[in-house]
Ligand binder design. Structure first.
Ligand SMILES: O=P(O)(O)OC[C@H]1O[C@](O)(CO)[C@@H](O)[C@@H]1O
Length: 762
């Protein structure tokens, strides 16, 4: 949520004050039973069971949990600044400190600027204890230990040289730069089939040299090494960052230890467990409560526990091996707490054949847990309220530290719990059980393994290739160049492959949650732009949507992704080119159109009327990079995933920010819980008719919030007519969660693919 952190983004939020008119809800009152389920769960929470209040930090949440929901919020740990130990050799000062610099916000650029010109030591530190005070200026001492006069990289000569150089680059045009043969021959890199062409960046060979110097200055290679080695570089949460261990080869067992535990060994234990379980389900050895085959998978999770797996799922849907393996099965994702998402997900599913995979690192995320309870109720409604229903139809993918919560939910933690670890960030978790379980259930474990192998290949390249030929490092350095030196704060991912339709959404979370920050790891506000806004859409669809802006409006750095071969090529007999060639003609045309543009002379020479010429001139000079890969396979998808994960990390390392925490999402969560509690109070008062109908019953901290809350609470109560019986059926008994109750449910017609011979064996 960069709007909360660094960049200021105006936001419009659209909601409805009326409850759904959805048949599912009208017929049996899904809201009512959710409320009942919530209450039931809440009463448990006082006994130590979870209700809500999620973070990506299981340890934090569990602290609060013991004291119930309110306590959960109060106990959220505020990040405290402490210097990363590995960067402070010989520094005695190990306490938490708060450093201050005078900053003012430039409202035109939205950037924090230092008020005073940078002096030799412009930072003063307020130590939090007497001991630190006695040591004089600990930040200054620390900086001199690491050879810096300012904690901000922007004060370094390397950064200033790039700033100077940017002025020169601003005077050049890509139209001319692209004619420089030597430059074009240099500005590409390849690895294991991935071809990166960055000659359409507003950069020359000198730019690259200066960026490599900056990377040296920032100890980029050492920082990468520290990440791979399992050092606790996510220091605000005191965690290692080891998504690379999730795809490390078995031969690496014994090489990465975290708190005395062998990370790669743990990973392979869980992968073996996943392989056995998913093969059991796919072979029919593991079945549902009533003995039926489990062929529908619903993966319940949000954010990183959903976006990565969904992106990979979309790729494999049309990948020949994937589509073949998935015959007879279905996979859906339930992420939003909007009840409509529940209906969209399971309206046509047969509960007896459905397996629910709860993916939540913390197992406390409010949305996920409500959806999990809803799905549990859905199964109970149909098969009866038996704990065996949950044990046979639910599996959990969560952090080891959430084991008790998984058990309390009723899931079989011996056989149906696939753990991951605190050192896997949610948005970096697709290679963990979070992706492995749902995707192996649908496509088989072997195909998921190919995805891991692709990611591993790119990891090894990132770790070992020299910077000049290192694809993720080049991507990251160019990201820093575009954002911090050329001022392009928006970026777009444009895959020319429909199967990558969910890649932009994944990158959006991956990068914006990672680098949407305004604080360096030294606890000093940045005075340079960091954290791009990412969006995207597959081409050519995007060309008929937002490319107008890319060509003539704001400058947006573009990533074009194309493939030599299609997953599914198509060539009609009377067409001269294949459909894939037609697609790729666009893939190659767009980067040049953006780079070179079209001059007034060129437009005039086409016979365009003088008054229309300004409207048809393309300024050009718009940067892009192009990736060409052999074919969109599981392996290539692994490579792409790893490339983008490492781009994000590289930028964070250069910018001196922690790309692995996400404190910016906490405030909104906390306020949502406050408002939820206000609703609870208001609904009770409405139920008991303690307040006159026209009276405002919700109080808030400001009149605007108070007005809109009262508008919602009153109108939603009147609209549904349920205010007085909220959570109960007319006779007072708890209602069913959905129309798929035992009485009403009709299993869907069996006219689907059902395996190669048209039927799954029963
Ligand atoms: O996997 P969990 O713990 O349910 O968290 C879901 C998502 O919520 C976040 O913590 C942010 O709210 C993400 O970082 C994470 O991917």
């Amino acid at each position: 949520t960069p709007g909360l952190a660094f960049q200021n983004v105006p936001v419009s939020i659209v909601g409805s004050s009326c409850r759904s008119h959805h048949p599912l809800q009208r017929s049996s009152g899904i809201c009512s039973s959710l409320y009942a389920a919530q209450q039931q769960e809440q009463s448990k929470s006082t006994e130590g069971t979870t209700t809500s209040g999620s973070t990506d930090s299981p340890t934090d949440s569990s602290n609060g949990q013991e004291e119930g929901e309110e306590a959960d919020v109060k106990n959220l740990r505020v990040p405290q600044v402490h210097l990363p130990p590995r960067l402070a050799p010989g520094v005695a000062w190990q306490h938490h400190h708060r450093a201050t610099v005078q900053l003012v916000r430039d409202h035109t650029s939205g950037i924090n600027k230092q008020q005073q010109p940078t002096p030799q030591l412009e930072v003063s530190a307020e130590a939090t204890d007497e001991e630190a005070d006695a040591q004089g200026n600990p930040v200054g001492r620390f900086l001199s230990n690491i050879g810096r006069s300012s904690p901000l990289v922007s004060a370094s000569p390397e950064w200033k040289r790039l700033q100077q150089h940017a002025k020169y680059i601003q005077s050049t045009h890509l139209r001319d730069l692209l004619q420089d043969t030597e430059r074009c021959q240099e500005m590409y890199a390849t690895h294991d089939g991935v071809y990166l062409d960055y000659s359409r960046q507003r950069a020359d060979l000198e730019t690259m040299r200066l960026l490599f110097e900056l990377a040296e200055k920032q100890n980029l290679k050492q920082q990468i090494e520290a990440m791979f080695d399992g050092e606790k570089i996510n220091f605000t949460e005191e965690r290692a960052v080891l998504h690379t261990a999730l795809r490390a080869d078995r031969s690496k067992i014994g090489t990465v230890m975290v708190d005395g535990v062998d990370a790669v060994q743990e990973v392979h234990e869980v992968l073996d467990q996943i392989q056995e379980f998913t093969q059991g389900v796919r072979s029919g050895a593991i079945r549902g409560y009533t003995g039926k085959r489990l062929r529908n998978i619903v993966s319940v999770g949000i954010g990183g526990s959903y976006l990565g797996p969904e992106f990979l799922h979309e790729v494999l849907k049309t990948e020949p091996e994937g589509s073949n393996a998935a015959l007879g099965y279905s996979l859906r994702f339930l992420a939003n707490v909007d009840p409509v998402d529940v209906e969209r997900t399971c309206a046509d599913l047969d509960p007896e054949e459905t397996m629910i995979v709860i993916v939540s690192k913390t197992f406390t995320t409010a949305e996920t847990m409500l959806n999990a309870r809803t799905m549990r109720q859905w199964l109970w409604d149909f098969m009866g309220n038996d704990k065996e229903v949950v044990r046979k139809h639910f599996v959990a993918c969560a952090s080891v530290s959430a084991t008790d919560k998984v058990r309390d939910f009723g899931i079989d933690t011996e056989n149906r719990f696939f753990r991951f670890w605190d050192w896997v960030g949610g948005r970096y978790s697709v290679c963990s059980a979070a992706g492995a379980v749902p995707l192996s259930l649908l496509y088989g474990f072997d195909l998921f393994e190919k995805f891991l192998q692709g990611a591993r290949s790119m990891d090894e390249h990132f770790r070992s290739a020299p910077m000049e030929k290192n694809i993720p490092i080049l991507m990251g350095l160019l990201g820093v160049w575009n954002m911090s030196f050329l001022g392009y704060n928006t970026r777009t991912t444009l895959p020319y492959a429909e199967a990558l339709l969910k890649l932009p959404a994944h990158i959006q979370q991956l990068d914006m949650e990672s680098n949407g920050k305004s604080m360096t790891k030294f606890g000093i506000p940045v005075d340079y732009p960091v954290g791009e806004i990412d969006f995207g859409e597959p081409g050519t669809n995007g060309q008929h949507s937002f490319y107008q802006l890319l060509h003539m409006g704001q400058t947006v750095a573009c990533d074009f992704i194309g493939f030599v071969q299609s997953q599914q090529d198509l060539c009609l007999d009377d067409e001269k080119l294949s459909s894939h060639d037609e697609l790729m003609a666009n893939f190659f045309a767009q980067p040049d159109a953006l780079a070179t543009g079209k001059t007034a002379e060129q437009v005039r020479s086409e016979g365009v009327k003088d008054e229309l010429i300004p409207h048809k001139v393309f300024e050009g000079n718009r940067p892009s990079i192009s990736f060409l890969l052999p074919k969109l396979t599981a392996y290539a998808t692994g490579q792409l995933l790893s490339m983008y994960e490492h781009r994000t990390a590289t930028q964070g390392f250069i910018w001196d920010i922690n790309s692995f925490d996400q404190w910016g999402v906490e405030l909104g969560k906390k306020l949502a819980i406050d408002i939820r509690n206000k609703f609870l109070k208001a609904r009770n008062e409405q139920k008991e008719e303690r307040r006159a109908e026209e009276e405002d019953i919700v109080e808030a901290d400001n009149p605007a919030t108070e007005r809109i809350l009262n508008y919602y609470v009153k109108n939603s109560a009147e609209e549904s007519g349920e205010a007085r019986g909220f959570g109960r059926g007319s006779s007072g008994e708890a209602t069913s969660s959905s129309r798929k109750s035992q009485r009403e449910h009709v299993p869907p017609e069996r006219n689907d693919l059902c395996g190669k011979n048209g039927k799954l064996s029963r």
